[in-house]
Design a protein around this ligand. Structure first.
Ligand SMILES: O=C(O)CCC(=O)C(=O)O
Length: 328
């Protein structure tokens, strides 16, 4: 499995901290939150969809619970997954499917002993089961229950959109019936800080792999941790802080705007408050700046406003309301 790449891919380090994601998570789970895992899910052309499953504490993997609340009941909804489409997710390319209301009842019992998946003696990429090496239907409480008869809802998403759900809600994905379109999604998994993650485990087995937890840690994505149940990492493998603060966001944006303008003006020493027309700018260059702002930063500024705000600082102030709206 491709777990926890937010430690080594800077874009994912930032993705798990995205302000819009956190805004919604805080609204549901409260202010103090950990990201305990990220996973990516690729569905290649012709690939099989993920089988229906419902997960409470991830003990389906090898029998050990992986997330255990300390302040609420075992069956309280303490986990949220943010599944973000990095490519369009349609019925054809394997969008997610959910059974509305299914979180209120356990259709699957993850603690059951099953014959497939737990022996660890395989590579999930080489198995033909519907759940990465497991046959999740073996966990069904009532083997005759058919999820397809429980009114599944398809969740089609554009690239960049996400769906937030508790893994206790039965979910699956369609097959990828296309010939050429891969569907890629990243799931970020979050819990409140009172939850113990991988409690008392040094390693665990899942999907045919053994995961050593020696260097494992959670990331505090919001608020404070007063429980001290889990190791927390503040930087990724490149020593970059896990952070997506507004100040940092503004600085990043200012640098991005500066780079576009300095490149287009062919003037690397451009100062932040220097007027573009004083360093050789002309209307064709302004049109190119407008185009790159749109294509690279996804902000539109009209020509009249661009001419009135012809320095990096002024430009950044002029487009700030659009950026803030984009950040939600
Ligand atoms: O993307 C998929 O096909 C499955 C995703 C999933 O089951 C999850 O994120 O929990």
């Amino acid at each position: 499995m491709n777990y926890d790449r937010h430690f080594d891919i800077p874009e994912l380090s930032r993705h798990i901290m995205h302000p819009t994601i956190l805004k919604y998570l805080r609204g549901i789970l409260g202010a103090d939150l950990l990201c305990w895992r990220s996973e990516w899910f690729a569905k290649f052309p012709g690939g099989r969809g993920t089988e229906w499953h419902q997960v409470r504490d991830y003990s389906y993997t090898d029998g050990n619970p992986l997330i255990v609340p300390t302040q609420t009941d075992w069956n309280a909804y303490i986990d949220l997954t943010v599944w973000t489409a990095f490519t369009p997710a349609t019925k054809e390319t394997a969008c997610m499917r959910f059974l509305p209301g299914s979180h209120k009842k356990y259709y699957y019992d993850e603690k059951k002993s099953v014959s497939t998946g737990r022996n660890g003696d395989y590579q999930h990429t080489q198995t033909d089961t519907g759940f990465f090496g497991y046959d999740f239907s073996e966990f069904k409480v009532d083997p005759s229950w058919d999820p397809e008869s429980a009114n599944p809802v398809d969740m089609e998403l554009q690239a960049g959109e996400c769906v937030i759900f508790t893994a206790s809600c039965a979910h699956a994905s369609h097959n990828n019936s296309t010939e050429r379109q891969t569907r890629l999604a990243i799931s970020g998994r979050y819990v409140p800080t009172h939850v113990r993650v991988y409690p008392d485990l040094e390693k665990y087995n899942a999907h045919g792999e053994t995961f050593d937890l020696t260097n494992y840690a959670t990331v505090l994505v919001s608020g404070t941790d007063t429980y001290d149940h889990n190791k927390i990492r503040t930087t990724n493998n490149r020593d970059q802080l896990f952070s997506f603060s507004q100040a940092e966001e503004k600085k990043t944006m200012l640098n991005a705007i500066h780079k576009i303008c300095a490149d287009v003006l062919n003037y690397p020493e451009l100062k932040m408050d220097e007027d573009f027309f004083d360093v050789g700018g002309h209307s064709l260059m302004m049109a190119e700046i407008q185009r790159q702002l749109h294509d690279d930063l996804k902000v539109h500024i009209n020509m009249e406003s661009l001419f009135r705000n012809s320095s990096v600082i002024k430009l950044s102030k002029a487009i700030q309301p659009t950026l803030t709206a984009q950040m939600g």
